[in-house]
Ligand binder design. Sequence first.
Ligand SMILES: [Zn+2]
Length: 198
Amino acid sequence: MDRIEELARALARFPGIGPRQGKRFVFYLLAAPATERAKLAELIVSLGKEVRQCQDCLRFYNGSVATICNYCSDKTRDDTELMLVEKDQDLSAIERAGTYRGRYFILGGVLTLSGKGAIREKELLKTVGKRLKNSLKEIVLALSATSEGEHTADRVRELLKPYRDQVKISTLGRGLATGSELEYSDAETLRAALTNRK
Ligand SMILES: [Zn+2]
């Protein structure tokens, strides 16, 4: 296949990127110095080697030795709280807000009303089971204030039904504007949403 076409198609698979943008990227790269292309290629290759996925929260982090990330291994964090977020970037937003000191689990996506999408259901149940033995008291659903977020929260509540007597399930207070994604919410809004969880 035509190399330009081949790379353009590969780039078009990125979230939010279509065929036309994919092609724009290719022509940008063709005009860029060879060193820039080499650096980019190297960074992509190193992702698989120097970035690991945490065995507990399933987030990606820099490191080549540990099997769990710094949030999961930090003994000063609160084991009684487990926050469920859609993606790694949401966890970063919560950390930037700076008030939450519990543990995390990354669902890895959302469920759409039309039945598309997937979340890590098996892993979630495993984590909750394990954390219940380790003083877990509250699960905080920190999902986007979108219809997908709501739908995903419903599914998570259904999954966690067997644990209803052992753990409290709360959701972020809707200081978050309807339709807003957690990732793009400012720290002040997130702090308020955390304080007002119900
Ligand atoms: Zn972790």
